[in-house]
Design a protein around this ligand. Structure first.
Ligand SMILES: [Zn+2]
Length: 87
């Protein structure tokens, strides 16, 4: 995994993936929305679960800062020594 730097707090290092927590959230949302849709006979509630899944699919492979949790991390090139990390 490439070293990345957080634009928000300046953390430099390995970002974390949000994949497993996203799957758990998806399962929770689907269970909740389908149950609510059955109870209220309102199929549009199930659309909420679809929207959440679409949003997670868009951010599934995103990298996240382990320090502040921001999504905005960009790759630090190996040749870029101006950051002073690892030297
Ligand atoms: Zn950060």
């Amino acid at each position: 995994m490439h070293t990345k730097q957080c634009r928000h707090c300046g953390y430099t290092g390995k970002p974390v993936h949000d994949e497993y927590s996203s799957l758990l959230i998806d399962l929770f949302v689907w269970g909740f929305c389908l149950t609510a849709a059955v109870i209220t006979f309102d199929p549009y509630i199930a659309l909420l679960a679809v929207l959440v899944t679409l949003w997670h699919a868009a951010t599934f492979r995103s990298h996240r800062c382990p320090r502040c949790g921001e999504w905005d991390m960009h790759r630090v090139h190996e040749s870029d020594s101006t950051l002073g990390i690892g030297h």
